[in-house]
Every structure is written in structure tokens, then in C-alpha cells.
Design a protein around this ligand. Sequence first.
Ligand code: FAD
Length: 316
Amino acid sequence: MRVTEYIANRKKTIFSFEIIPPLKGKGIEDLCSGIDPLMEFNPPFINVTYHREEYDYKKMGNGLLKKVSVRKRPGTVGICAALMNRYKVDAIPHIICGGFTKEETESALIDLKFLGVDNILALRGDPMKNESAFVPTEGGNAYALNLIEQINEMNNGQYLYEETKNSPSNFCIGTAGYPEKHFEAMNLSTDMKHLKKKVDAGAEFIVTQLFYDNEKFFDFVKKCREIGIKVPIIPGIKPITNLRHLSFIPKFFHVNFPESFSNELEKCKTDEEIKRVGIEWTTAQCKELVKADIPVIHFYTMGRGTAVKNIAKEIF
Ligand code: FAD
């Protein structure tokens, strides 16, 4: 079923979450151990992230190093099939522009259509680890906007290089939004203009970058509505669970902690204390979002389901 249908039919705020594929070589058990504890909250859909290849140096037999391209977390499409089969939920694959030509993207979309996947989160992807800025793949999509346009063409039965229209797909397309702006954008308003173009091109729902200040989210929703973005906006939420997160999260996700939160975090000396404060903060955030009748809360679990479970127990 399409995300928009779940939202239209909902009686209360929906619980959903996102998983990252396990490291290469791990099995289905690694995947399920993070998912099983969360299934009691009846998520109708689960997102599966996509991870681009990285360049690594591997030792050769002669003692020299060789630069190789490694995909550390493969399996997004297969994992979607496994989730649909095992848990009878909808799986939402993240499809990115980086690393794919348009032909490769089309092939992946055709596979997903045959698998019965109804929703796709269409993203550009971040710059690769060795790149200072995102470099589009030759023959690929440069922005999420172009990827959305490609998916929309397929939804209209128009495949690449075909002169006649064919069996249309019916993907419900989601896109990313940034309440604190995307890190490359000049300012929030230019970023939101780009977001509007993605919606006008066919995106039917928005999932936000994680945030810790609900006011920023509510303000973002208000501004979206003011510029004519009418689609559902799903907040992305991630509890802080260890000391490392205090520097990693602002650096990697380009978000701020509100002062009252950072003041509490600064008093913590151990991971346990951080986890307690992090869960308390996120639980309060979620309670406020539910009170505001937000359609879905999307948790970034990043393989760690227990903190999310503690929060979901209080909310759902
Ligand atoms: P875009 O919408 O293309 O925007 C990128 C930047 O370009 C923005 O600054 C925007 O303002 C600007 N821009 C857009 N259009 C134009 C234009 N026409 N001209 C000039 N500037 C323009 N990454 C992964 O690799 N795998 C994942 O699974 C993944 N999942 C994610 C899930 C969510 C909910 C979110 C919020 C992010 C996720 N990301 C993922 C990270 C995402 O790929 C990065 O944030 C990336 O840097 C931007 O992606 P985007 O789709 O927002 O890009």
C-alpha cells in the first residue's frame, strides 16, 4: 500500500522506522535482531537505507596496497523482499542518484516493481568519503529532483529510450526535507524552493532529517505550507544514546541541539546517563508531535532498537 493511503486511513499517529543493511557477510539474523523488538508497535512500513560503495586499500600478496571499491552494506533490494515476506509489511527502499547511471536506476526500479514495492524514498546521496562535494555519476541523476522526474516518467509508462508508452509503475515517491536546511544550501528558503520543485515533480510525502528542536520542525511545516507544499511531512527522530553522539550527530547530520538539551547532556559522564537523558528528551519530543496529530513518526534506529522501543512503549 502507498504511504499516502496509510496516512489517509490512519486513526492515530503511525509508528515507522528505518534500518540500515547489515555489514557485508552478515546474515538475516543480524537484521532481524534489530527489527523483532519493534514489531509489537505495528509499523505498516519499514525504510531500508542504501549505502554507496567506498574506496578502500587492501593488502595484496606482494605486500603492496591495492585501491578497491567496496560496498560495505549491500542488499537494500533483497532486504526489502525479506521484510515484505517475513513481516508482511511494506518496505521502502532508499534509492540514491550517486553511483548509478539512469539505465541502472531504471533496472533497479523495474526489479522493485516486479517485487511489489509500492513506495520509494528518492535521494541524491552524500558526497563519497574521498570527495569534498557530491559528484554526479556520468549518465546519472545529479539531484533528487532528476531522480523523482525519472520515477515519475516510469509511473506514466515512459521508459528510457522507448518510443511508445508501456506498463506504468505506480510508485508513491518520498523525498527528504531539512528543517534546519541541507548543509549545502545557501539558506533555508533556497533549500525549500528546491524541495517545492521535488514535490511539484511528483514527490507525495516528505521525510525530514532528524532534529531535536520541535519548534524547528513546526516552523518548517508552516513555511512549507506557506509556499504551497501540501504533502504529508513525516518527522525523522533519533534518540541520542552515547557520548560519541554529542559530536557525531551535529557533525554528520548538520543539526543543532537546543540549549536546554545540551545543558542536560553536558552534565552526563557516562553512556548510560546520556542514554537516559536522550530517551527522556526524545520521548517528550514524540509526545508533543503526537499531540499535534503528526501523521507518522519515523525513527532512525541505525541498528539499535532498544532505545526506540523504550520510547515507543511510552507513545504507541
Ligand atoms: P537534493 O534534494 O538533490 O538536494 C541536495 C542539495 O542540492 C540541497 O542543498 C538542495 O538545496 C540543492 N539543490 C536541489 N536541487 C537543486 C537545483 N536544481 N539546483 C541547485 N541546487 C539544488 N543518503 C544515502 O546515501 N542513503 C540513504 O539511504 C539516505 N537516506 C536518507 C533519508 C532521509 C530521510 C534523509 C533526510 C537523508 C538521507 N540520506 C541518505 C542523505 C541524503 O542523501 C543527503 O542528505 C544528501 O546530501 C542530499 O540528498 P537530497 O535527496 O536531499 O538531495
